[in-house]
Structure formats: structure tokens, C-alpha cells
Write a protein that binds this ligand. Structure first.
Ligand code: RIB
Ligand code: CA
Length: 334
């Protein structure tokens, strides 16, 4: 029975991402976390063009020694033209380290199909993690509506109930494809939003960067070089002394939910505002289970929560020292 128990404690995830420095570290931390079972990687245009985010995902999966398929997804948002984040992630999308040559090809089939097949293969047991624009997820929900009730939880790095990082109102992943975000948030599956409000509470200090460089491994050297580059672009673009590794928070939330506090809320996306398009409008007072206060982590079973839509939880705090201990331990295992 230990195997079954172990399965229950291990979060089976399919990751949709746009590597991107923090996406890349999220893949590596997932690979190094025994609590997480990463079964597939989808890529989407976002931080860089689809060809670059896909190549980067193949390279990082190679470095991690991950035996999981990488499927390319959408090359642009549903309606809008692509705006990338080359100013943060560079021309390759992973500027900084010496590039890694992938040892595998991209898998046949669209990332939306990867998501649908991964969920339907184990109904109720698979968590979809999105760390880029939500274009592939929106497509998957339209292609295969059965995944909505079969998904254990959707965990999104995106949005904010405070300020955005592309405009004062909008965070990048939502800003790139607000229509896709509205589709995803309009479905009755359980969604946990990990936004800038939390990711900015766990910045990567110079001391932590030195600890990672001190691992003395190929992975440690690669991540240290990623972080050194990323710290520089974040400092120049946003004046932040140390960089947030936004996407890694989704993996830590699944590996150690006790590091986070989340609250029930309603989350809607502004699509039409001239100044506010892409804003996630978070209402802690009128969401499903509103008023039930904050909880450590969450156990969003598909039938929990009330309200017209599925249960929504929004992360409000993170134990930063505990987060960084988890990250360094995971990287040290690779
Ligand atoms: O706003 C931060 C998010 O946008 C992260 O996912 C980062 O990788 C970029 O995609
Ligand atoms: Ca990302």
C-alpha cells in the first residue's frame, strides 16, 4: 500500500511554460523534488517566441535528465499579437549561461493535446501548472471540455491583486493573453493563482545565489549563471535589488503547500480597459467560500467551494527562507 500512499502524496503535474529563466528553474526544481511527478512539458510563446521557448525547454529537460516529452503549443496569443520579455530574459530567452545542446527532439502533437491526454489518463489525479501565458490551457479546455472536471487543480503563476509588472494593472502572463486567462478562469475547475504579491516576497538574494553556485554541479553552475543574468536585467528594468523567481513558486506550492497561505477569492480578468487590460480583479470578499479566512496551502478538491465558478484560491504569503531551502535542496539532488 506504500506505493499507493506514495502516489497520493506525490503531485502528478503537467507543466505549460515559456522558458524564461524562472520557468527553467521551475523545471529543475520539479525534477529535483520527490513530492512532484512531472509527466510532460508544454511550451508557449511568451517570454520569447515559441521556437525559442521550446528549444529552451528541451535544453533544460536535457540538463535535468528528465525523461518526459516536450510538446510545442501556441506561437501567439488567441487574439492579440505577441509581446515578449526579451528585456528580462534576453534574445535566446535563457541568456547568461553557456547554451545547452538538447539531446532530444520536440514531441509530435500540440501542447494542448499533451495537457488533455495527461489529465484524462489519470482523472482527478493530475494538476496543470501554468507558468506562461494561458493560451495552451484555454485551447485544451475548448478542445477537450472533459478535462475541466477531470483536473485535480490548475496552479497558475500569473496575475496580482496589487500592482502589475507590465503595466501598473497587469502581470506579464495575463497581459500577453488576457482572453486565454478569461477562458481558463471561466471554467469550473479549481484554480490557485500565485501572483506577484507572493512571488515578490521570495527574492533571490546574493547569498542564495552564492549557495547555488557553491553546489559545485553542472546544474548549480547553470542556475547560478541564469540568476546572475536575471538579477541584472531585473535590477535595470524594475530597480529590484534581487530577482523574483516567479514560476518556481508554483512547484514549491505543490511540493510544500505549508510554505504558503492562500485565501478563497473570485478572480476575473479585465479585457477591455485601455489602461487596465490584463488586470486580474481579485475579490476576497465575494469568492467561493468567501470569508473562510486564510489557510496554509490548500486542498482544493474539485467538489470543494461554492459559487458560480469553481473554487478559486489566491496565494497571499510565502515562507521565503523555507522556499529557498526547498529550492537549493531540490537543485542539490540533480
Ligand atoms: O510576470 C512573471 C511571469 O512572466 C513569469 O512567468 C515569467 O517567466 C514571465 O513569463
Ligand atoms: Ca514564465
Amino acid at each position: 500500500m506504500a506505493g499507493d500512499e506514495e502516489d497520493r502524496l506525490t503531485r502528478r503535474i503537467v507543466l505549460d511554460c515559456d522558458p524564461g529563466h524562472d520557468d527553467a528553474i521551475a523545471i529543475l526544481v520539479a525534477a529535483g523534488s520527490p513530492e512532484v511527478d512531472l509527466v510532460g512539458i508544454g511550451t508557449v510563446a511568451g517570454n520569447q517566441t515559441l521556437d525559442k521557448t521550446t528549444r529552451n525547454a528541451l535544453a533544460v529537460a536535457t540538463l535535468a535528465g528528465l525523461d518526459v516529452p516536450v510538446h510545442a503549443g501556441c506561437a501567439r496569443p488567441i487574439l492579440r499579437s505577441l509581446t515578449n520579455a526579451a528585456s528580462i530574459h534576453g534574445e535566446t530567452g535563457l541568456d547568461g549561461p553557456t547554451p545547452i545542446e538538447p539531446d532530444r527532439e520536440v514531441a509530435r502533437g500540440h501542447a494542448a493535446h499533451l495537457i488533455a491526454e495527461a489529465v484524462l489518463a489519470r482523472p482527478g489525479e493530475t494538476t496543470i501548472v501554468a507558468t506562461g501565458p494561458l493560451t495552451n490551457l484555454a485551447l485544451a479546455a475548448r478542445l477537450e471540455p472533459a478535462i475541466v472536471s477531470a483536473t485535480r487543480e490548475v496552479v497558475v503563476m500569473g496575475g496580482a491583486y496589487g500592482r502589475g509588472n507590465v503595466t501598473p494593472a497587469a502581470e506579464f502572463n495575463i497581459h500577453v493573453d488576457p482572453e486565454a486567462a478569461a477562458v481558463v478562469l471561466g471554467e469550473p475547475w479549481p484554480v490557485t493563482m500565485i501572483g506577484l504579491d507572493v512571488t515578490h516576497q521570495a527574492l533571490c538574494s546574493a547569498a542564495t545565489r552564492r549557495r547555488i553556485a557553491g553546489l559545485g554541479s553542472t546544474v548549480g553552475d547553470f542556475v547560478a549563471a541564469l540568476l546572475d543574468y536575471y538579477a541584472g536585467t531585473n535590477r535595470r528594468r524594475s530597480g529590484m535589488p534581487d530577482p523574483p523567481v516567479h514560476d518556481v513558486c508554483t512547484i514549491a506550492y505543490l511540493a510544500a503547500p505549508g510554505l504558503f497561505e492562500t485565501r478563497p477569492a473570485s478572480v476575473e480578468v479585465e479585457l477591455h480597459g485601455t489602461l487596465s487590460a490584463g488586470m486580474t480583479v481579485v475579490d476576497f470578499d465575494h469568492g467561493p467560500d468567501a470569508g473562510s479566512g486564510s489557510e496554509h496551502g490548500s486542498d482544493l478538491a474539485p467538489d470543494s467551494g461554492s459559487g458560480a465558478l469553481g473554487p478559486r484560491r489566491v496565494a497571499t504569503s510565502i515562507d521565503s527562507p523555507g522556499f529557498w531551502a526547498l529550492v537549493v535542496e531540490a537543485l542539490a539532488r540533480l
